[in-house]
Design a protein. Structure first.
Lengths: 331, 331
């Protein structure tokens, strides 16, 4: 089958992902094999492309956000049949879904409702599960006492779905940051009660709206750099949920307010061999919300055909850091 | 009046805290003036002594854990009268309680039940409020989904009270680390279900007890150094509550499990001018628990008389890092 693959980590200017012939995926007992219909492309994948090389002689197939049709079902699978349309994430320690077919643990997928296109379905999994897990730490609800949430980067994939989840599933006041008029309008469409320019002085903008403190900040990018203004904006025992942390962070400013820092890495269960079924359940909820019109899919750029050209265009868009919503490639 | 004071930060070997004559405390409107009956001495105060000097010409009076008798009440105070026995914390930006009298915000104290001595009362405030706030982030309960908690440093002031709060106010399984036989026995007395040696391989000791993961670690000391074994011991979306963080921490190992890091600094509200009334309510609960026999005061070393000698002895004990329970000085 065909797949998009590369050998060595590389920058955008030397884009080297190519459509090549690879072996068919070999499913594990708990896997589905899915004929890929659409893939979402994520900032995290552009980072892997820039930093991770294959072992000598090998190749890397990225892509952990997909919608497609089940073509085979492993013996340990229940709840899915050949022909089912599914959406899901994946496992970054295995070959990804930038391919004609992919083997994927059935516990990290859910069925796509009939009314939802595969392209729209593919806009939900990574941003939706990440936002859900970052905000609703246990039991599908915000931490106790959280009534006002600031989403930093409200127009991105995680931010767009976080804003919608907050607006539709909680009673919290939702504030987004976004820098351009079109991204600010987008945040309002997603359900933000207030949108402020994150190119300017966010705490000053909030103060002029009568807001001195927030209970929670969901930070989708630039967390370490923004900590100097995020920390004092949080109330004592406030919450910082961040999806872009991966190394040292100076907790000093946060300790002064006894803040909780919620780290979030969407593949945390599947890469450790833990049961990732909770993610399948989250995806089921997201899909049901989308089918019921409570959650708007966030595909803003649809590219056609899984090719080096379409993938390069997707990476260019994502690395511009000006993407609104989601870039989806229909295969 | 007399107070224990020093001018320049100094190590234990050059101990320079002296009993000197200082002006009477000047209460603010919301303050009580308390005649100090007993003070708890804390590891945090030994750190301040080592690192913080007075402004030129000034002096530092430490001490933010006390029990005593109200001798004056400010005009904005309600709920307290002259003659009340109280226990409380304090405000590290003001003069502390290592003195005959101290001015203290009434919102960070509570009344001492008749059956509790001032020496026992003084063993509760800092460790009790710190443990409470670190464990029960909102609403006096553990985060949702936390059924198994490991207390690293179970025999110290925070650890002893955390263990008791967990044992008496939650249904969680409580595991403590302690290195010596006497500190291990102490943890059992505090209510630990299991005690393991933190000088040895803690994860291996837990595995041999059939425990692969815990939901929460409360770390009272050495958090950064212990992170390499703490992180993999936590389940996905587990909780690390730490009371000794003050600077950079490598969140990398925690992100891999999407862990929440709960920072805790007991003075977070009062030093920022936020309403610290929640702490008065916690102290009230702790005092009521102690009066009802549900919470055992943790005074293990009682020193007599507020003097340079007794304070030096307290600091020596604390800096040995082998203290069990609490060192209290009766004035």
């Amino acid at each position: 089958m065909k797949a998009l693959a590369y050998q060595r980590a590389h920058p955008l200017e030397a884009f080297a992902i190519e459509l090549v012939e690879v072996a068919e995926p070999v499913p594990r007992d708990a896997d589905l094999v899915v004929e890929v219909g659409a893939v979402g492309v994520n900032p995290g994948e552009t980072r892997v492309r820039r930093t991770r090389s294959a072992d000598p002689g090998g190749r890397v197939v990225l892509g952990w956000e997909l919608a497609g049709v089940v073509v085979a079902v492993g013996p340990a699978v229940s709840g899915f049949s050949v022909g089912d349309r599914v959406l899901g994430t994946g496992d970054p320690t295995r070959d990804g879904c930038w391919a004609e077919r992919v083997a994927i643990d059935h516990r990290v997928v859910a069925r796509v409702p009939d009314t939802l296109s595969l392209v729209d379905a593919a806009s939900l999994p990574i941003g939706g599960v990440t936002a859900w897990e970052a905000l609703f730490r246990e039991g599908g609800a915000l931490p106790a006492g959280v009534d006002r949430v600031l989403v930093v980067g409200g127009a991105g994939g995680v931010g767009s779905l976080a804003t919608q989840l907050l607006a539709t599933r909680t009673s919290a006041t939702v504030i987004c940051t976004a820098s351009r008029p079109e991204s600010q309008r987008w945040c309002t469409t997603m359900g933000a009660d207030l949108v402020v320019d994150h190119g300017a002085d966010v705490p000053a903008a909030l103060r002029s709206a009568g807001i001195e403190h927030v209970d929670m900040v969901l930070s989708t990018a630039g967390t370490a750099a923004n900590l100097a203004w995020i920390a004092p904006l949080l109330r004592p025992h406030g919450h910082l949920a961040a999806v872009d942390l991966d190394g040292p962070l100076d907790l000093g400013p946060l300790v002064l307010r006894s803040v909780s820092v919620h780290t979030e890495m969407v593949f945390n269960a599947v890469v450790h061999g833990e049961d990732p079924s909770a993610q399948g359940r989250i995806l089921h909820e997201l899909a049901a919300d989308a089918a019921a019109g409570r959650l708007r899919p966030i595909t803003t750029t649809r590219l056609q055909g899984l090719s080096a050209q379409s993938m390069r265009a997707a990476h260019q868009l994502l690395e511009s850091r000006r993407t609104i919503g989601k870039v989806v490639i229909a295969t």
